[in-house]
Design a protein around this ligand. Structure first.
Ligand code: DLL
Length: 433
């Protein structure tokens, strides 16, 4: 088993928790002293930094939400003088003001450590050639992956997103062994390789590290069998640092959180209450080493659960279950909760369809209606109408029983759903609510 930082990754829990508590106290002190809006929130709840004496005291601290990021855009939550900031990244801000990430030199170093650790956990070594196909620029994926790969000592190919044909050529010509991109784009690149009629055996790709969007276990299997690689899940977000907050190990049974840098809690998204060990709920994260933009109890909106059992890989850091989806991506159709990842998982068990799909929600006469558009493979599409109808029937039955609601299924031609070079757009919600 390869580790990047054996001492930190295998640290006995007791020692790890001591480290977390020390770092938590420092972080709380830092924000209370330097960030007026944190101080105001804490004062409002009557909590002072000296009230935090054990990890369980975390629950007394106020939450931080996306709204706080927006209200304080761009520098309001900064805990260091601007002259100590060496990098600015941000989210795309498609749903409002962008979310910023500001880093000191130490923050960048820690982040690169997290990614080097993640890539090692996913099988990379300094002999690897890593193609970073997350977007470079303000998005955290590209530069995050880049610095991590360099820290690891691997050869990094800063491909960035887009130009899929060139991605294939680069991968081929430079003998790329690891690919980092969104899981949906990994399949788009594979489609391109097939279209170009290239021979898989001429590629050296062994593994992929995929993230930035939810994907199901069945999607993992699909990528692994098509590409004949190991596919690892990497999780993170702009507000926390970017990618590298949690990553799969060789056992692919939950993503190890970088617990020396973050503390995780699971809360009930409706009441905000901390849920008992092992419950499903919303992931809340507190940063422990961030200097420029520390976050205390950030409500990620991502739904998962925490497993603190020791993993067979030897790492002591807790694992989060593969993220099911975001609470704000959860569709409530006639009272039933539906995540795109659930649809994906069901679809991928049916032969002849491509894992390219879209959920279209409409409201007619006050009733929600879910249409699932699914792409079928070329040979299925050119088949007789009867076969297509049969397939449509099968998908409808499987989705109806798997989701517990009636769904309208529409099979669409190969390549008709728009491909994304980054995060795939799975939901088109036409309801005006
Ligand atoms: O997507 C950072 C990232 C880049 C992560 C590259 C992994 C790889 P944001 O654009 O701020 O940052 O989006 C963060 O994307 O709250 C999740 O809802 C979702 N997400 C990210 N990784 C995963 C994953 C980057 N592995 C939001 N599984 C998060 C499921 C993920 N959802």
């Amino acid at each position: 088993m390869n580790y990047w930082d054996r001492e930190k990754e295998l640290m006995p829990r007791e020692e790890l928790e001591k480290l977390q508590l020390r770092r938590l106290k420092e972080t709380v002190n830092r924000v209370y002293t330097f960030v007026p809006s944190y101080r105001a929130k804490m004062d409002e709840l009557g909590v002072k930094p000296q009230d935090i004496n054990c990890l369980a005291d975390l629950k007394y601290l106020p939450f931080l939400t996306k709204k706080d990021f927006r209200d304080n855009y761009p520098f309001g939550l900064l805990a260091v003088p601007m002259r100590d900031v060496v990098r600015i990244q941000s989210s795309s801000g498609t749903t409002g003001k962008p979310t910023v990430a500001l880093y000191t030199k130490n923050d960048i170093d820690n982040w690169a450590e997290m990614i080097a650790r993640a890539m090692t956990s996913a099988g990379a070594t300094r002999d690897s050639v890593i193609q970073v196909t997350w977007g470079y620029g303000l998005f955290t994926g590209g530069l995050g992956g880049h610095y991590g790969a360099e820290k690891l000592g691997a050869a990094v190919l800063p491909a960035s997103g887009g130009n899929t044909k060139r991605q294939v050529t680069l991968m081929h010509d430079y003998g790329v062994t690891m690919l980092g991109c969104t899981p949906s784009y990994a399949l788009v690149i594979y489609e391109e390789l097939m279209k170009l009629g290239m021979d898989r055996s001429e590629f050296k790709l062994k593994s992929g590290i995929f993230g930035a969007e939810p994907w199901s276990e069945n999607m993992r299997k699909e990528i692994e069998s098509k590409w004949e690689i190991d596919a690892y899940d990497i999780y993170g977000m702009t507000e926390l640092v970017g990618p590298g907050v949690a990553v799969d190990c060789a056992y692919k049974n939950g993503l190890h959180l970088a617990e020396d840098h973050f503390i995780a809690e699971i809360i009930d998204p409706d009441t905000g209450e901390v849920l008992p060990e092992g419950s499903h709920g919303e992931l809340v994260i507190t940063s422990l080493t961030k200097e420029a933009y520390p976050v205390i109890r950030y409500r990620t909106r991502d739904l998962t659960r925490i497993n603190r059992e020791q993993c067979d890989c030897g790492r002591t850091h807790a694992r989060i279950e593969k993220i099911l989806g975001r609470s704000d991506d959860m569709l409530i159709i006639r009272g039933v909760n539906v995540f795109p990842s659930m649809v994906e998982s069901i679809l991928l068990q049916i032969p002849g369809i491509e894992p390219v799909y879209q959920l279209i929600v409409e409201r007619r006469n006050n009733l929600d209606r879910l249409e699932v558009q699914v792409e079928v493979s070329e040979n299925v599409f050119s088949d007789e109408v009867k076969r297509l109808e049969e397939l449509e029937g099968t998908i409808t039955r499987e989705l109806n029983s798997g989701l517990g609601i009636a769904v309208k299924v529409r099979l669409v031609e190969p390549s008709s759903i728009e491909r994304s070079e980054g995060k795939a757009k799975r939901i088109i919600d036409k309801r005006n609510i």
